[in-house]
Design a binder for this molecule. Structure first.
Ligand code: NIG
Ligand code: FE
Length: 416
């Protein structure tokens, strides 16, 4: 299959010349190309050629991209989208002044969704989640991460991971599953934390490893969830089994999560709303990605992460929705980008880098995806605008008209 994307007004390559991430000020360099067309051969990017030398008869398919921009497929690197039930009642409580943490301490929050997920069949969860995956594809997402973490017992954590793996088989994008058994302490273990940690280490992780149900292991380091030494025990086991680690940390309290992530060579630390200046300076020259989730700050009316300070210290920043029913019931990427611009103070170029190459890096995949470079996978999206600022200026509008995965059109706004 020989595909030509003809004459776009601009190709945003986010080229890193093989480095696979952008840190600090480099986030601003999105490496645009004009007056060129893009050639895809089979599932790879073959070449960028000047429009003047295009020979149209050499291609099996030509997509006319006149007045459109072409970008790397978006990489949505942090979601909890396999869940059932609603937390609208808790949302109402929050509007009346009760905090997310207090709701969690009184048995609600994550444990409320756990109750619902435990009662929901595999098939029902699969059908609910399928609609959410499709929504991401329509926005230009070509790689998606989904975490477990609403089962919190052996049977239901495995059920969630199997749903995620089944979604990966059903949909043409790549869906990566992350095990988040250490999301919070389930209610039946409220007086036996160590018992739950033993269950994760001795039963869940070995079974997940045996069936290859996850590619990464996550945890929530927070005073309402797990302490740093508990996270450390879980990560040690995950690493022994060959899983890379990611960590939810510094959302409400800075309790040593960053050092625990560093000690375990995590691929990313996620949230960082309350990261300290001392911890910020640790990101200057390491390749651990800081995944920032502005939807959470918006949805919980909480502090925004000090991203400008992180960028000043040369960190690698990625962005994601954190789509989940409690802290970020938001799956609109354009809105997340808009929050990143208006609330985090990021430039439009920084946001594009953060949602492509750096989010690929947060999944340890940036050697294959996240930028349009010759030899990389042909994962891209085409937008109905000739000005990439529109992606953010047109807040909540979906300007994506085509999602292309491994050289195949998998979503076409006008029908495939
Ligand atoms: O990333 N911080 C912990 N976990 C999720 C929220 C999960 C929930 O409230 O259901 C998050 O914000
Ligand atoms: Fe999360």
């Amino acid at each position: 299959m020989h595909l030509l994307i003809l004459n776009p007004s601009q190709i945003i390559t986010v080229n890193t010349k093989g480095i696979g991430y952008k840190r600090g000020n480099e986030l601003n360099n999105i490496e645009t190309i004009e007056d060129h067309s893009l050639i895809i051969e089979n599932n790879l990017i073959k070449d960028f050629i000047p429009n003047t030398s295009v020979k149209k008869n050499q291609f099996d398919l030509i997509i006319d991209a006149k007045d459109n921009i072409v970008m790397p497929g978006l990489v949505e690197c942090h979601t909890h989208l396999v869940f059932s039930g609603s937390r609208a009642d808790e949302f109402k409580q929050k509007l009346e002044g009760v905090s997310y943490e207090d709701i969690s301490r009184s048995g609600g929050g994550i444990n409320k969704t756990v109750n619902s997920v435990r009662e929901t069949s595999f098939t029902k969860l699969f059908n609910i989640a399928s609609k959410r995956v499709q929504h991401f594809i329509e926005q230009g997402v070509t790689t998606l991460e989904i975490k477990s973490g609403y089962g919190l017992d052996f049977e239901n954590e495995i059920k969630l991971l199997k749903v995620i793996n089944q979604l990966n088989k059903k949909f043409p994008i790549d869906i990566h599953s992350t095990f988040l058994g250490a999301h919070t302490i389930p209610k039946e273990f409220s007086n036996n934390r160590n018992g739950y940690i033993d269950l994760i280490i001795n039963e869940m992780l070995p079974a997940i490893n045996k069936e290859k149900l996850a590619t990464a292991c996550d945890a929530f380091c927070e005073s309402t969830a797990f302490a740093k030494n508990e996270v450390d025990l879980i990560f040690n086991k995950a690493i022994e089994l060959g899983l890379r680690c990611k960590l939810h940390t510094d959302q409400f309290n800075s309790i040593g999560g960053i050092d625990t992530a560093l000690k375990n060579n995590a691929i990313s630390v996620d949230h960082l709303e309350v990261i300290t200046d001392d911890d910020i300076s640790k990101f200057s020259d390491i390749d651990m990605v800081c995944v920032i989730l502005p939807g959470v700050s918006y949805f919980l009316n909480h502090k925004y992460s000090p991203v400008k300070k992180l960028i000043d210290k040369n960190a690698i920043i990625a962005l994601a929705t954190d789509f989940n029913p409690g802290s970020s019931n938001i799956s609109n990427i354009s809105f997340i980008m808009s929050l990143a611009a208006l609330k985090l103070g990021m430039s439009i170029e920084q946001i594009i880098s953060a949602y492509t190459i750096n989010s690929a890096k947060a999944l340890n995949l940036s050697d294959k995806i996240g930028s349009l470079e010759i030899g990389k996978q042909a994962d891209l999206s085409i937008y109905d605008t000739d000005n990439y600022a529109d992606l953010i200026y047109q807040t909540t509008e979906n300007l994506n008209i085509k999602t292309i995965k491994k050289g195949k059109v998998i979503f076409d706004k006008n029908g495939v």
